[in-house]
Design a protein around this ligand. Sequence first.
Ligand code: F6P
Length: 747
Amino acid sequence: MAQLILGLLIGLALLTWAASGIVQTTAREWFERDVRSRAHLVLAGASRSLSQTWDNPQELQGELLTIARDERVIAVEACGVDFSIRSSTPGFPEEFSCTQVGPRVRTSASTAFNAAESLRDWNTVAMLPTGRVQVTAMPVSAGEHELGFVIMVQDLSYIEAREGKARTFLIVIFVILAITAFGVPLLAARSARHEWSLELRRLLRGGGKHSGEFQPILSDLRELVGRMSSEQQEIPGQWTAASLKQALNRHLHGEKIVILANREPYVHQRAADGQIEVQHPASGLVTALEPVMRACSGVWVAHGSGSADRETVDLEDHISVPPGEESYRIRRVWLTEEEQQGYYCGFSNEGLWPLCHVAHARPVFRAEDWRQYRAVNQRFADAVCSEVDSRDPIILVQDYHFALAPAMIRRRLPAATIIAFWHIPWPNAERMGICPWRDELLQGLLGSSILGFHTQLHCNNFLDSVDRYLETRIDRENNAVVMRGHSTLIRPYPIALEWPNHWVETAPSPEECRAQVWRDWGLKPNALLGVGVDRLDYTKGVEERLLAVERLLERYPEFRGRFSFAQLAAPSRTTIERYSELNEAVEALAARINQRFGKDGYQPIILLRSHHEPPEVFRFYRAADLCYVSSLHDGMNLVAKEFVAARTDLKGVLVLSEFTGAARELTEALIVNPYDLEASSEALATALRMPIEEQQDRMRSMRSLLAQFNVYRWAGKMLVDAARLRNQERVAERLAERTHADIQATR
Ligand code: F6P
């Protein structure tokens, strides 16, 4: 603000300076013109008496003295046609005497001097030691007979004095204007701000009369203030595992949490050597929620998908995790081949997944898949209900696999607090409309108390879909949907990472990671490395990413033989045709690029198609010069956040698709449209050439955001919102009970 005002003042001063120059020149011209016409008037008025006294030097002198009496006339001289001085007043400047002016104005030396012709419009301004003067000459004649001419010298120094006054006047006017222009609005703004703060205070305290000025944004204001104050009250400073636990104890009285998610956080697999291995699945959902469960404890209900899962559970299908720490339990639910096919591969991943992502795969909706989806949702809902130990438990339902579960759980546990979170985008209402079972999906989700999305846009899309397809009341003030008396809050909660992150804390230093990767892949000392980490899914834009690398090598030969891109690709949903096609396409593309640019042991694309455990993934993150996240559409994308979390050395550049939720938060990344190969290959080149100081600045800023907006805050905010809702419902319930009792008593 101070800078703006300073800038405006400097501008105003320059303007004043320019204006005073213009005023000075114009005023001078006016004054000089005025003096000239005065001289002509005086001389014209005196011409008759001059001609009459022309031959009498004494009388002529008297006439000249009369003219020179005017305070601005310095001296007058009368000249003959032969340029002789006929008479002159004292002090006439020599440089303008008859002998000097005559030859200067004479038009032709060959003919006799003609004063009328030569002196027409003759005037001059000159500088004398005494100051500026105006010199005017006029012919004197007696009828047709030309007698000579008179020269009059006038003082112009008074004009300078007047110019000075005009300039001062102008500056004073500008200063007054400046004070008025800045001061008055400033005072008005101050007084308006004062009025507004009083009005806002009145509104937020909910009392007294108010003018209605803030009526249109009243609900937003209340919500904002509510959120801010609850956050401040809940956790001053940064959210941690301990503060999340504390919030849970304080607001939800330490009630245990039950999470329902298809993917389990620990998968037991029987390895080729017969040993049982524990795997951490490649899943953003697991990355985010596992630390929350470690902090809060409770039960995670999931599909038991590992080959050794059955062997590792107790009689009630439970297993305590994390191995060796055992802070919560997984409850495994077993699915038959048909159930897995219809519910997971079919309706979830061939129907809902392409429906919700703008990634050009056609959704397939089969009645049989829908039947399985409904049945499996019921099985999981029943499993959840069997895990709770109160009539009003807190249940977190995760993702598109379980759109029907919230309403199913609500039917059995009407007082439960159900928080559903949709981890993928929600499409616009038109697109949602193509699903034959859209109404059932919407109704199922509206069984929740709170329904969360990563972004406000997805919340809006959901509300629009409800508006279009269901008979409900949408409470726009509170962003809630009321269906058959039950209210569901629709809120954005951008998902985040555990911070500090235990994978980062246990990883070797970035230098060691780099040395290890360089050794493993035989990279030259001056090599540059990019990394991509994904499930092999068509929404992740892996083909576009490899094409951008190819374009980089085409456009910038300096990177050939030097830059390699390591793509860690975890096989995913491999029984679905679109995924097996993608698998082949990516392999063929990598082979083509390697064929085209690889030589003497140099391999531009290092394609690693297998499951990678987090320590290996973090080794690549910490070793790389850049990470390219090129999703064609993504709810959030936690790979982008993980790369930033991994860079404790503040090095490395994140190149990030604009179509991820993460792009709204990680604005210091190089944001690209992954379809635009020119722009994305250029961004890769920019990343590889970025000076270290700039890398550090960008990383520092993104890291501080991730530290603040971590997953404990994400979960904490949802739980605190749920607690508030729960209190409101309890109060309403008690009120209803009391009213009922009063009515009974009066009967
Ligand atoms: O992005 C949606 C999501 O459920 C993520 O939360 C998770 O990373 C991924 O899909 C897992 O997919 P799947 O469970 O099919 O392997």
